[in-house]
Write a protein that binds this ligand. Structure first.
Ligand code: ZN
Ligand code: FE
Ligand code: FE
Ligand code: FE
Length: 166
């Protein structure tokens, strides 16, 4: 279990560092002020999450934080890049950015949720509390994005032609 737990936090550490590179591009690509501000704010929060993970490694007696390539976030960032470089209606692109950002936050919520639970099981109370702080932030980010997402009931906000949406 200890080995699994360390794999998990190394994965999260790498994921957060990849997101520090990707979030500025997503902010730049966002058209609405609300979405751009969300990405900028989440970038600052992500920097704090990286530092928090470094504290997790420290309280567990690791000399330095080490990452382990998170292939899932790399894949989601690839998806994000497809949206960032797509042309077409700006509102539709925002919808695509929100959709991929929701996938990222879902991934992080799951990852931190498991890591937190495993830290508790292993009796790593201090690490668990730190992981829980980030878990709460990721859940909030996920909810914020859900609130921003276009809904079926607001379908007239977006161009409705098949080519624009598909
Ligand atoms: Zn994260
Ligand atoms: Fe994050
Ligand atoms: Fe991963
Ligand atoms: Fe996040």
């Amino acid at each position: 279990m200890e080995e699994l737990f360390f794999c998990e936090i190394r994965d999260l550490y790498d994921a957060e560092k990849q997101l520090i590179e990707a979030l500025p591009e997503m902010a730049k690509a966002a058209s609405s002020d609300e979405l751009r501000c969300f990405f900028e704010k989440h970038l600052r929060q992500t920097s704090r999450q990286v530092k928090r993970l470094e504290r997790v490694f420290k309280v567990l007696g690791e000399k330095k934080a080490t990452g382990r390539k998170c292939a899932a976030i790399a894949g989601l960032i690839e998806e994000a890049n497809e949206i960032v470089s797509a042309d077409g209606d700006r509102a539709v692109r925002d919808a695509g950015l929100i959709a991929v950002a929701r996938k990222v936050e879902h991934y992080e919520v799951s990852g931190y949720g498991s890591a937190w639970a495993h830290a508790e099981i292993l009796g790593y109370g201090k690490a668990a509390r730190l992981l829980d702080q980030t878990l709460i932030e990721e859940e909030e980010a996920k909810e914020t994005l859900t609130g921003m997402a276009p809904r079926a009931s607001n379908r007239f906000d977006l161009p409705k032609t098949r080519s624009a949406v598909g």
